[in-house]
Design a protein around this ligand. Structure first.
Ligand code: B1M
Length: 213
């Protein structure tokens, strides 16, 4: 088994100390921090999702797997904020939309954006549109990045776009959206400026949005 396969298994089994140990071991062997996401954390959580869908896993197992993923990503986060952090590529206000508590993907996107030199204002989960407006004003953000994992909460992305317009600040900030059920067509239909399929695409999209007047 490769170290990535072992880490995937530790996350799926919800073994936080093992996930932490394997992450540290991999880093010690010279693996780049960003490699852990596509090769271990994301495939592990996809497998957790498959098991949840097929009723092999229920909420408690999913929660302990999420905690093990966090044990790994908590080690990676400070390492991702590398040399580029000294110069800001722009300020991004991010969060998971109202009614939605999923934050693993949002946290990965935030970490990757931070490592690409963006200043991140992370509003957390279950974020009401008013909180986004307040943060955009306070931090003079360039980009709002919203995540949703539930088909029932995707609609709250539209509420954010509408609230920005109602507050008169829609033209001052770009809006990008993402999350498993979100598509490019959905992004367009709610008036967002961009969509990211995954964390790398989110970084590319944020870069292109700040470069576009
Ligand atoms: Co929930 N859950 N969950 N869950 N959960 C899903 C999303 C689900 C697909 C599982 C399933 O049925 N197979 C399903 C949604 C079905 C639907 O809406 N169609 C579901 C459900 C139903 C629920 C509950 C309703 C279950 C219940 O209570 N009966 C409940 C809802 C709670 C709520 O939010 N109000 C619930 C609860 C939970 C837990 C709390 C137990 C836990 C979350 C823990 C946490 O996040 N801290 C959980 C988890 C872990 C999952 C699955 C298994 C994994 C999600 C995840 O972390 N994926 C998930 C199944 C799945 O997605 N396979 C599932 C890994 C992560 C790296 O991927 O978040 O997609 P993702 O992020 C990616 C991209 O999407 C993208 O980049 C990331 C990295 O590549 N991306 C962006 C994300 N945000 C972006 C933003 C961008 C750009 C890209 O720009 C702004």
């Amino acid at each position: 088994m490769t170290i990535f396969e072992e880490l995937q298994q530790a996350i799926i089994d919800g073994k936080s100390p093992r996930a932490k140990e394997l992450t540290e071991k991999g880093l010690g062997e010279g693996i780049k921090p960003s490699e852990f996401f596509p090769k271990a954390v994301i495939p592990a959580m996809n497998e957790v999702g498959r098991r949840m869908r097929e009723c092999e896993f229920f909420i408690p197992e999913v929660l302990i797997a999420a905690r093990a993923a966090r044990a790994s990503t908590d080690i990676l986060r400070p390492l991702l904020v590398g040399d580029e952090s000294v110069r800001s590529a722009g300020t991004v206000v991010c969060g998971t939309v109202k009614g939605d508590l999923h934050d693993i993907g949002k946290n990965i996107v935030a970490m990757m954006l931070e490592s690409a030199g963006f200043q991140i204002v992370d509003l957390g989960v279950d974020v009401a549109p008013e909180k986004v407006i307040e943060a955009v004003r306070q931090h003079q953000a360039n980009v709002v990045a919203m995540s949703a994992l539930l088909t029932t909460t995707m609609v709250n992305m539209k509420a954010v776009v509408e609230a920005l317009s109602a507050a008169g600040i829609r033209d001052q900030v770009k809006v990008m959206v993402g999350g498993a059920p979100v598509t490019e067509a959905w992004a367009r239909s709610i008036g967002a400026d961009g969509y990211g399929k995954d964390a790398s695409a989110a970084v590319e999209m944020a870069r292109s949005l700040v470069a576009t007047p």
